[in-house]
Design a protein around this ligand. Structure first.
Ligand SMILES: [Zn+2]
Length: 434
């Protein structure tokens, strides 16, 4: 079937489902599913989606919590310390006729919390659409895309489109806060394919690579009190302040010395983001005394690039903190402690020659006029597929803004566009005719 004919057919088909795609995205946004580590509240949204899946004919449907998957806690990628009661993954599978390649679209249902509040565009779960943007927590990351991929499966089933390879669409729990165990659970359970598409918010860039990263907490210790009795006190705030001031130097240093392996991050100007996100000095609970505190800490997320192991990142950051602390014995009577708060999200890169990439490019050029292929700007669960299950992994998702902030939104038109691009991809990759 030639592309001209196929494009026309896809346009006509997806046009009929436009309202349903947008409606589902809004419905999903209206159901909170916040990840408040170590807990997560995805259940209501997952049950809603599960019921929707039940209406798709001829699919195999599965629902299971990560801890119901045998052997998960022994897997090297399992991250301890999270609670999984009432946190089910949902996976829908449309079996192909055989002889074609398989594909999985992997979404996560959890979102970051509604904070910071208040939002300007109604409340975080309004699902309001204004000037072509759908607002709400998770709209951009990634319920809009989840709606697109769910509807992709529904369209293929509704219209009885025969495909040779298997098609899977999943919605996992616990992706935010570097959980990744939801994604891991589905892989161990056997939902693997010849290529994985993660529709994370890539601003319509085709991203065969993703960054890595890890969250650390850095502690400085002091000698608490007021000194009324003549004690020698040390205020840990001074050490912490010195370290925090040095973080912009650290950021400059790791960005000017970055040596990414592979293809996609070589020419990026500032490839490694550093986010200093929380700080605490002393006891903030009610009744805190006027006193020099005994300890202080800040937490920081540091991105890494293909070619950086967890050990590389740990060493690089610890050495920097040690060097700063050695320069001033007065404010650092003891060496600051650096503790990893999350797992390491491994950076990854899929072979730039992977055959799914030109298919996506062709479709994107048709419906977006241009197609950019680059490394993603963020870290996500792609490494679970790529590193631990040898699955070529591509990130491709919509445009929008304010992820993890107030007034998160996604461009509604992109949800339609993605459904078209993905339908084309499935027909070409899994081999199907319409
Ligand atoms: Zn995401």
């Amino acid at each position: 079937m030639n592309n001209g004919y196929l494009f026309k057919k896809i346009d006509a088909i997806v046009c009929d489902y436009k309202e349903e795609i947008i409606g589902l995205a809004r419905d999903l946004v209206k159901i909170p599913s916040e990840n408040i580590a170590p807990d997560g509240f995805e259940k209501d949204a997952q049950e809603f989606l599960y019921d929707k899946f039940k209406d798709i004919n001829n699919i195999e449907l599965d629902k299971f919590t990560p801890l119901e998957v045998k052997g998960i806690q022994d897997h090297p990628a399992y991250f301890k310390g999270r609670n999984y009661k009432d946190r089910p993954n949902v996976v829908g599978q449309l079996k192909g006729q055989g002889g074609g390649k398989s594909i999985i679209f992997s979404n996560h249902m959890d979102t970051v919390t509604r904070n910071p509040l208040p939002w300007k565009e109604n409340d975080p779960f309004s699902g309001k659409i204004k000037d072509g943007d759908l607002f709400g927590r998770g709209s951009f990351d990634m319920k809009g895309a989840l709606a697109s991929t769910f509807m992709l499966m529904k369209i293929i089933s509704d219209l009885d489109i025969g495909i040779k390879g298997d098609l899977m669409v999943e919605s996992v729990v616990d992706e935010e806060n570097a959980g990744s165990n939801g994604t891991l659970a589905s892989r161990i359970k056997g939902y693997n394919a010849d290529v994985a598409i993660l529709p994370e918010p890539s601003m319509l860039s085709i991203c065969p690579g993703g960054k890595g990263g890890k969250v650390y907490r850095v502690f400085t210790e002091g000698k608490a009190g007021t000194g009324y009795g003549g004690e020698q006190l040390v205020n840990p705030a001074y050490g912490l302040g010195a370290l925090m001031r040095s973080i912009s130097d650290y950021s400059d240093y790791i960005n000017t010395s970055a040596k990414p392996a592979g293809h996609y991050y070589r020419d990026e100007k500032k490839p490694r983001e550093v986010i200093l996100d929380k700080v605490q000095i002393g006891d903030l609970s009610p009744g805190g005394n006027i006193s020099i505190p005994d300890k202080a800490w800040f937490s920081i997320f540091i991105q890494s690039l293909p070619g950086y192991s967890e050990h590389d990142l740990d060493e690089e950051f610890r050495n920097f903190i040690t060097d700063v602390s050695k320069k001033d014995k007065k404010v650092f009577p003891a060496e600051p402690e650096v503790v990893g708060l999350t797992r390491y999200l491994w950076p990854f890169e899929t072979d730039p020659g992977h055959k799914s990439i030109p298919i996506l490019e062709t479709a994107l050029k048709k419906w977006h006029n241009t197609a950019q292929v680059e490394g993603a700007k963020f870290a996500c669960d792609g490494f679970i597929f790529h590193k631990y299950f040898s699955t070529p992994t591509i990130i491709f998702g919509p445009r929008g803004g304010n992820a993890h902030a107030q007034d998160e939104f996604v461009k509604v038109d992109d949800l339609i566009l993605m459904t078209k691009v993905f339908l084309y991809l499935v027909l070409r990759w899994c081999e199907g005719e319409i």
